[in-house]
Design a protein around this ligand. Sequence first.
Ligand SMILES: Nc1ncnc2c1ncn2[C@@H]1O[C@H](COP(=O)(O)OP(=O)(O)OP(=O)(O)O)[C@@H](O)[C@H]1O
Ligand SMILES: [Mg+2]
Length: 293
Amino acid sequence: MVKPTHLASGKVREIYSIDDHHLLFVATDRISAYDCMLEPDIPDKGKVLTGLSLFWFDLIGLDNHFVTTDLSGVEVSPSERKWLPGRSMVVRRAAVIPLECVVRGYLYGSAWAEYAAGGGPTTEHLPPGLEMGSRLEEPVFTPAHKATTGHDQNLTEAEARALVGSDAFESLRTNSLAAYRRAADHARRRGIILADTKFEFGRVDGQIVLIDEVLTPDSSRYWPAAAWVPGRTMPSFDKQYVRDWLDGVGFDRTPPAPTLPDEVVQGTRARYVEAFERLTNTSFEKYLEENEA
Ligand SMILES: Nc1ncnc2c1ncn2[C@@H]1O[C@H](COP(=O)(O)OP(=O)(O)OP(=O)(O)O)[C@@H](O)[C@H]1O
Ligand SMILES: [Mg+2]
């Protein structure tokens, strides 16, 4: 058995080294919004993120970092053995490419803000005359620089090419758009709009592979298709619910964030679980049972 050593804590994940080529990738129940950590945790959120990532890795079929959810070869304490199942996976260790590979099929969030303010890096390939929430004729690839600290910075195509090299840029764009289209088609059949999402890629033995979480409510904006009306604020299954609550109480986006009341914690959990169930067409209870310690 190999004993994992703690390598890094992300905003949501704990990452352990298993050996030179493998990591143990654990999604906690932590939640962040507007780059601030919120309190308290959202029960089971990490399991939703992991379950959804596994579902999408399988469905979109791109070469990715996932190896196994079988932790029998990993030496962990009894309490970790209880906590880890359902939220953990063994992945191939990659050299992370510092580009947040954002794909947008609808104009919303920071891209809408840029567009409404006269245009910016995320809007350079968009026609005039769009509204907030407009469906784009073709999805667009709007990469951002993965900042080591602070906010990610939106890049123009030229800046992104310069950052990662033109060949890598082409590959990242092609793969991101392909993954978005496959996922958006699937979601649409399940009555859900995938408005936008973010992928990360890394290099393993020189090959570019999809890494990190994929197409989770944390990395994506999902809307109930029936509720979509361009020009309006969209209700969503994703973090928008918590963001809206924070905006509603006048949070100025500077930490510390106000503590989430129980009702908002439960409302957030319910949205994560609903996103899982609608997208995968399986019950979350069943996922939990199948992934018990
Ligand atoms: N296969 C992999 N090999 C190495 N690093 C990985 C791999 N998959 C994901 N990562 C990195 O692990 C981290 C995931 O942790 P988490 O999602 O909590 O971080 P985050 O707060 O989003 O961090 P960051 O600000 O670095 O994106 C990310 O930094 C991601 O780039
Ligand atoms: Mg992350």
